[in-house]
Design a protein around this ligand. Structure first.
Ligand code: ATP
Ligand code: MG
Length: 321
């Protein structure tokens, strides 16, 4: 019987290895398909298909598991043809091993037998956790087979991940997080028109509680007043104004005793001065307020504003010790 296992293996770790050791007992040949093969050099997919191939083949050689074949498979962004795409690239197989619900569904629909695999301590044996540990300089080597650690070092993978963590434009929160850790500072956010999106982004990173203290959604005027924004400021300048965003940032910082406070107020649209957003950052060292006029739907305005807030925080952190 031939079994197929599909993964991105970014990188190949001991969780994958435990599965392969199990499959070896059930199948005479294992086909390991290296998915998303066309990607490399991003935080999500740092290693090339060739590098992943080397990590896996060296490990299997060392473990004396010889009845395996490795096949890199690029993504096709059409699920209805994906199984045929895999079939066209790999030797024939009878059973598919996967825990991914979509992969399971797609192969089941084509008549394959699909088996789940027991999870081997998923809290630490996960690609994402290992990538994070590598760029954060934490202990990662014991989570991967020795041969994998060797390949990562050979290709200078640690440095690659660290550089990506600083520059990956697709994950601005990762860059902010690494700076927050590095500078050992804390932040709280009070946001109106972004409805919690900035807090969401800032807490997307594991261990964010080390830098993120509190996020409040001060949507209505009464919520802003409850935070401590003065009625006078709102009356004199309007609830969407630089003055109010600065006061929001100042008050949330005071209330939660953080190094930095972020305040956001604006019109998400479509009515009023749609897309007008003020983002303020207040710390012991600086008070910044920037005005934006975004275009797009409500959701797009919210997302653009949240990303700009992260950028403001990022440049502040880059500038100050
Ligand atoms: P990422 O966190 O980057 O998604 P991953 O650890 O989930 O990485 P994949 O390459 O996505 O690794 O997974 C390939 C296959 O291995 C999937 O079917 C996945 O469920 C399985 N797998 C991943 N980690 C473990 C583990 N700790 N124990 C058992 N199976 C695992
Ligand atoms: Mg996965």
């Amino acid at each position: 019987m031939r079994g197929l296992i599909i993964g991105r293996f970014q990188p190949f770790h001991l969780g994958h290895m435990s599965v392969i050791k199990k499959i070896v007992k059930e199948c005479d040949t294992i086909i390991i398909s290296i998915g998303s093969a066309q990607y490399s050099h991003t935080l999500e997919n740092p290693f090339t298909a060739g590098e992943r191939y080397l990590m896996i083949s060296k490990t299997l050689e060392k473990e004396k598991i010889l009845n395996c074949c490795l096949v890199p498979v690029e993504d096709v962004n059409r699920y209805d043809v994906w199984v045929s795409h895999v079939e066209a690239l790999t030797p024939k197989f009878d059973v598919v091993y996967t825990n991914n619900p979509l992969t399971k569904r797609l192969f089941l629909e084509k008549g394959y037998r699909v088996k789940g695999m027991p999870m081997y301590d998923r809290t630490i044996y996960s690609g994402m956790e290992i990538r994070r540990r590598i760029w954060r300089n934490e202990n990662w080597e014991k989570l991967v087979p020795g041969q994998v650690a060797r390949v990562i070092k050979e290709i200078d993978g640690v440095k690659r991940l660290k550089t990506l963590a600083k520059t990956d434009i697709y994950a601005p929160e990762n860059r902010v997080a690494s700076l927050m850790f590095e500078k050992n500072v804390t932040v709280s956010v009070a946001e109106s028109c972004t409805g919690g999106l900035v807090s969401h982004m800032l807490t997307n990173v594991p261990d964010s509680s080390r830098y993120f203290t509190e996020g409040r959604i001060v949507y209505s005027d009464s919520a802003k007043k409850m935070l401590g924004v003065s009625e006078k400021t709102i009356e004199a300048f309007g609830n969407v104004s630089p003055q109010v965003s600065l006061e929001i940032a100042k008050k949330i910082r005071e209330k939660t005793k953080t190094d930095i406070g972020l305040g956001i107020t604006g019109f998400a649209g479509p009515s009023g001065d749609a897309g007008r957003v003020y983002i303020a950052l207040v710390s012991g060292k600086e008070k910044i307020c920037r005005s934006f006029k975004f275009t797009g739907s409500r959701e797009e305005v919210k997302e653009r504003a949240a990303k700009e807030a992260l950028k403001i925080l990022k440049s502040y952190l880059e500038k100050h010790e």
